[in-house]
Design a protein around this ligand. Structure first.
Ligand SMILES: [Zn+2]
Length: 266
Protein backbone atom coordinates (compact mmCIF):
# COMPACT_ATOMS: atom_id res chain seq x y z
CA UNK A 1 0.00 0.00 0.00
CA UNK A 2 2.75 2.38 1.05
CA UNK A 3 4.72 1.62 -2.08
CA UNK A 4 1.67 2.24 -4.24
CA UNK A 5 1.13 5.61 -2.65
CA UNK A 6 4.75 6.53 -3.12
CA UNK A 7 4.46 5.49 -6.71
CA UNK A 8 1.42 7.69 -7.30
CA UNK A 9 3.18 10.64 -5.64
CA UNK A 10 6.10 10.07 -7.96
CA UNK A 11 3.81 9.88 -11.01
CA UNK A 12 2.13 13.13 -9.98
CA UNK A 13 5.48 14.85 -9.50
CA UNK A 14 6.73 13.68 -12.88
CA UNK A 15 3.49 14.85 -14.47
CA UNK A 16 3.68 18.28 -12.82
CA UNK A 17 7.28 18.63 -13.86
CA UNK A 18 6.33 17.70 -17.41
CA UNK A 19 3.43 20.15 -17.46
CA UNK A 20 5.65 22.94 -16.11
CA UNK A 21 8.09 22.17 -18.89
CA UNK A 22 5.29 22.26 -21.47
CA UNK A 23 4.12 25.61 -20.20
CA UNK A 24 7.59 27.06 -20.74
CA UNK A 25 7.66 25.62 -24.22
CA UNK A 26 4.28 26.98 -25.25
CA UNK A 27 4.75 29.53 -28.03
CA UNK A 28 3.89 33.02 -26.81
CA UNK A 29 4.77 34.82 -30.04
CA UNK A 30 4.72 33.82 -33.68
CA UNK A 31 5.65 36.39 -36.29
CA UNK A 32 3.11 36.67 -39.09
CA UNK A 33 5.89 37.33 -41.58
CA UNK A 34 9.60 38.06 -41.63
CA UNK A 35 10.23 40.50 -38.81
CA UNK A 36 13.27 42.36 -37.53
CA UNK A 37 14.16 44.28 -34.41
CA UNK A 38 16.97 46.81 -34.88
CA UNK A 39 18.63 47.57 -31.58
CA UNK A 40 21.51 49.78 -30.54
CA UNK A 41 23.50 49.31 -27.36
CA UNK A 42 24.79 52.03 -25.02
CA UNK A 43 22.63 54.98 -26.14
CA UNK A 44 25.40 56.67 -28.11
CA UNK A 45 24.65 60.09 -29.58
CA UNK A 46 24.89 58.63 -33.09
CA UNK A 47 21.51 56.98 -32.41
CA UNK A 48 20.24 60.54 -32.77
CA UNK A 49 22.71 62.33 -35.00
CA UNK A 50 22.85 59.63 -37.68
CA UNK A 51 20.19 56.95 -37.28
CA UNK A 52 17.16 58.85 -36.11
CA UNK A 53 16.95 61.06 -39.21
CA UNK A 54 17.73 58.20 -41.54
CA UNK A 55 15.11 55.84 -40.09
CA UNK A 56 12.48 58.54 -39.63
CA UNK A 57 12.48 59.13 -43.40
CA UNK A 58 11.69 55.44 -43.81
CA UNK A 59 9.05 55.42 -41.05
CA UNK A 60 11.11 52.86 -39.11
CA UNK A 61 11.42 52.71 -35.32
CA UNK A 62 14.25 51.03 -33.46
CA UNK A 63 15.22 50.26 -29.87
CA UNK A 64 18.03 52.06 -28.02
CA UNK A 65 19.35 50.30 -24.92
CA UNK A 66 20.39 53.07 -22.53
CA UNK A 67 23.14 52.96 -19.91
CA UNK A 68 21.55 55.07 -17.16
CA UNK A 69 24.83 56.47 -15.84
CA UNK A 70 25.84 57.69 -19.33
CA UNK A 71 22.72 59.62 -20.32
CA UNK A 72 23.53 63.33 -20.79
CA UNK A 73 27.28 62.73 -20.85
CA UNK A 74 29.61 63.46 -23.77
CA UNK A 75 29.13 61.09 -26.71
CA UNK A 76 25.78 59.78 -25.44
CA UNK A 77 22.15 60.74 -25.92
CA UNK A 78 20.91 63.68 -23.92
CA UNK A 79 17.51 64.36 -22.49
CA UNK A 80 16.39 66.66 -25.30
CA UNK A 81 17.27 64.11 -27.98
CA UNK A 82 15.62 61.29 -26.05
CA UNK A 83 12.39 63.23 -25.66
CA UNK A 84 12.26 64.07 -29.37
CA UNK A 85 12.90 60.45 -30.32
CA UNK A 86 10.35 59.20 -27.78
CA UNK A 87 7.67 61.52 -29.25
CA UNK A 88 8.28 59.90 -32.62
CA UNK A 89 7.78 56.42 -31.12
CA UNK A 90 11.40 55.39 -30.68
CA UNK A 91 11.81 52.63 -28.10
CA UNK A 92 14.13 52.99 -25.09
CA UNK A 93 15.09 50.03 -22.96
CA UNK A 94 17.66 49.19 -20.31
CA UNK A 95 21.31 48.35 -20.78
CA UNK A 96 21.74 48.54 -16.96
CA UNK A 97 22.86 51.55 -14.96
CA UNK A 98 26.61 50.94 -14.70
CA UNK A 99 27.26 48.70 -17.74
CA UNK A 100 29.26 46.39 -15.45
CA UNK A 101 29.52 42.62 -15.67
CA UNK A 102 26.17 41.54 -14.29
CA UNK A 103 27.38 37.97 -13.68
CA UNK A 104 29.79 39.33 -11.05
CA UNK A 105 27.31 41.37 -8.99
CA UNK A 106 25.55 40.24 -5.83
CA UNK A 107 21.84 40.47 -5.13
CA UNK A 108 21.99 43.89 -3.54
CA UNK A 109 24.11 45.36 -6.33
CA UNK A 110 21.79 43.92 -8.98
CA UNK A 111 18.69 45.36 -7.31
CA UNK A 112 20.47 48.71 -7.20
CA UNK A 113 21.18 48.47 -10.95
CA UNK A 114 17.47 47.99 -11.63
CA UNK A 115 16.31 50.72 -9.26
CA UNK A 116 18.80 53.32 -10.44
CA UNK A 117 18.07 52.73 -14.10
CA UNK A 118 14.34 52.89 -13.44
CA UNK A 119 14.87 56.26 -11.78
CA UNK A 120 16.73 57.54 -14.86
CA UNK A 121 13.86 56.40 -17.10
CA UNK A 122 11.32 58.04 -14.82
CA UNK A 123 13.27 61.32 -14.78
CA UNK A 124 13.42 61.26 -18.59
CA UNK A 125 9.65 60.80 -18.79
CA UNK A 126 10.06 57.32 -20.28
CA UNK A 127 7.96 54.29 -19.43
CA UNK A 128 9.69 51.79 -17.15
CA UNK A 129 11.81 49.44 -19.27
CA UNK A 130 10.43 46.01 -20.21
CA UNK A 131 13.64 44.70 -21.79
CA UNK A 132 17.25 44.50 -20.66
CA UNK A 133 20.23 44.01 -22.93
CA UNK A 134 22.90 42.39 -20.77
CA UNK A 135 26.24 44.21 -21.12
CA UNK A 136 28.69 41.97 -23.00
CA UNK A 137 25.91 39.34 -23.07
CA UNK A 138 27.08 38.24 -19.60
CA UNK A 139 24.65 37.02 -16.97
CA UNK A 140 24.25 34.68 -14.03
CA UNK A 141 21.15 32.83 -12.84
CA UNK A 142 20.85 35.42 -10.08
CA UNK A 143 21.01 38.40 -12.43
CA UNK A 144 18.51 36.77 -14.81
CA UNK A 145 16.04 36.12 -12.00
CA UNK A 146 16.32 39.67 -10.64
CA UNK A 147 16.14 41.41 -14.02
CA UNK A 148 13.28 39.31 -15.37
CA UNK A 149 11.01 40.44 -12.52
CA UNK A 150 11.37 43.97 -13.81
CA UNK A 151 11.97 43.40 -17.52
CA UNK A 152 10.38 40.16 -18.77
CA UNK A 153 12.44 40.33 -21.97
CA UNK A 154 16.19 39.85 -21.81
CA UNK A 155 18.33 40.31 -24.89
CA UNK A 156 21.61 38.49 -25.16
CA UNK A 157 24.34 38.44 -27.77
CA UNK A 158 25.42 35.48 -29.82
CA UNK A 159 28.80 34.13 -28.78
CA UNK A 160 28.68 31.02 -30.91
CA UNK A 161 28.10 31.11 -34.60
CA UNK A 162 25.89 28.03 -34.60
CA UNK A 163 23.49 29.25 -31.94
CA UNK A 164 19.91 29.77 -33.03
CA UNK A 165 19.32 33.40 -33.88
CA UNK A 166 16.16 33.39 -35.91
CA UNK A 167 12.86 32.58 -34.26
CA UNK A 168 9.80 31.28 -36.10
CA UNK A 169 8.26 31.38 -32.63
CA UNK A 170 9.24 32.43 -29.12
CA UNK A 171 8.41 30.24 -26.16
CA UNK A 172 8.13 31.50 -22.62
CA UNK A 173 11.60 30.26 -21.81
CA UNK A 174 13.06 32.10 -24.85
CA UNK A 175 11.97 35.45 -23.44
CA UNK A 176 14.85 35.69 -20.97
CA UNK A 177 17.44 34.72 -23.57
CA UNK A 178 16.64 36.38 -26.86
CA UNK A 179 19.79 36.03 -28.90
CA UNK A 180 20.77 38.77 -31.28
CA UNK A 181 23.24 39.15 -34.09
CA UNK A 182 25.98 41.74 -33.91
CA UNK A 183 26.20 43.97 -36.97
CA UNK A 184 29.18 46.15 -35.98
CA UNK A 185 30.49 46.10 -39.53
CA UNK A 186 33.65 47.88 -40.55
CA UNK A 187 35.96 48.07 -43.54
CA UNK A 188 37.08 44.51 -44.20
CA UNK A 189 34.02 42.86 -42.59
CA UNK A 190 32.90 41.49 -45.96
CA UNK A 191 32.67 37.91 -44.72
CA UNK A 192 30.72 38.93 -41.63
CA UNK A 193 28.34 40.93 -43.81
CA UNK A 194 27.78 37.87 -45.97
CA UNK A 195 26.93 35.77 -42.88
CA UNK A 196 24.45 38.42 -41.73
CA UNK A 197 22.80 38.54 -45.15
CA UNK A 198 22.47 34.74 -45.05
CA UNK A 199 20.81 34.86 -41.60
CA UNK A 200 18.42 37.56 -42.88
CA UNK A 201 17.57 35.50 -45.96
CA UNK A 202 16.88 32.49 -43.77
CA UNK A 203 14.59 34.58 -41.54
CA UNK A 204 12.68 35.58 -44.66
CA UNK A 205 12.31 31.99 -45.83
CA UNK A 206 11.09 30.85 -42.41
CA UNK A 207 8.91 33.93 -41.80
CA UNK A 208 10.91 34.36 -38.62
CA UNK A 209 11.99 37.06 -36.19
CA UNK A 210 15.59 38.20 -36.29
CA UNK A 211 17.13 40.57 -33.74
CA UNK A 212 20.12 42.69 -34.78
CA UNK A 213 22.29 44.95 -32.61
CA UNK A 214 25.17 47.30 -33.03
CA UNK A 215 26.95 50.05 -31.13
CA UNK A 216 27.94 53.57 -32.04
CA UNK A 217 27.91 54.31 -35.74
CA UNK A 218 30.10 56.67 -37.76
CA UNK A 219 30.03 57.93 -41.29
CA UNK A 220 33.80 57.57 -41.49
CA UNK A 221 36.41 55.25 -40.02
CA UNK A 222 37.29 55.62 -36.38
CA UNK A 223 39.46 54.11 -33.69
CA UNK A 224 36.94 53.28 -30.98
CA UNK A 225 36.52 49.61 -30.15
CA UNK A 226 32.86 48.93 -30.75
CA UNK A 227 31.34 50.65 -33.74
CA UNK A 228 29.77 50.13 -37.12
CA UNK A 229 30.45 52.10 -40.27
CA UNK A 230 27.17 53.62 -41.27
CA UNK A 231 27.47 52.59 -44.93
CA UNK A 232 27.22 48.92 -43.84
CA UNK A 233 24.31 49.56 -41.49
CA UNK A 234 22.58 51.24 -44.42
CA UNK A 235 23.32 48.23 -46.60
CA UNK A 236 21.78 45.84 -44.03
CA UNK A 237 18.69 48.02 -43.61
CA UNK A 238 18.22 48.29 -47.38
CA UNK A 239 18.48 44.51 -47.68
CA UNK A 240 15.80 44.12 -44.99
CA UNK A 241 13.53 46.59 -46.78
CA UNK A 242 14.04 44.91 -50.12
CA UNK A 243 12.97 41.64 -48.53
CA UNK A 244 9.83 43.18 -47.08
CA UNK A 245 10.62 42.79 -43.38
CA UNK A 246 8.36 44.20 -40.69
CA UNK A 247 10.41 46.47 -38.42
CA UNK A 248 9.30 46.26 -34.80
CA UNK A 249 10.73 47.35 -31.43
CA UNK A 250 11.15 45.45 -28.17
CA UNK A 251 8.14 47.29 -26.82
CA UNK A 252 6.06 46.13 -29.82
CA UNK A 253 7.17 42.57 -29.16
CA UNK A 254 6.27 42.90 -25.48
CA UNK A 255 2.82 44.26 -26.39
CA UNK A 256 2.18 41.39 -28.77
CA UNK A 257 3.11 38.86 -26.10
CA UNK A 258 1.38 40.38 -23.09
CA UNK A 259 -1.70 42.12 -24.50
CA UNK A 260 -3.22 39.46 -26.70
CA UNK A 261 -6.39 38.89 -24.68
CA UNK A 262 -6.92 37.49 -21.19
CA UNK A 263 -6.82 33.79 -22.04
CA UNK A 264 -3.63 34.08 -24.05
CA UNK A 265 -1.68 35.98 -21.46
CA UNK A 266 1.50 34.43 -20.12
ZN1 LIG B 1 27.10 47.85 -24.12
Amino acid sequence: MKIKRRFSVLVTLVLLFFLAGCKNNTPVYKPKKQTVILSMDDGSNSDYTILFDYLKKKDIRATSFLIGSKVNSKGFLNEKEIREMKDYGWDFQSHTYSHGKMNKLNRQELIKEVEMNNKVFEDLGLEAPIATAMPFGLRSNLSTSIFMKQTPLIRLTRHFKDRQVIYDQLTKSDLTRIHSINIDLQEGSQEKLQDIIEDINLAKEEKALIVLYFHRTFKDKTHVKYYAEFKYIRQVIQHLEKNDFDFITFKDLYNEIYHTGPQDQV
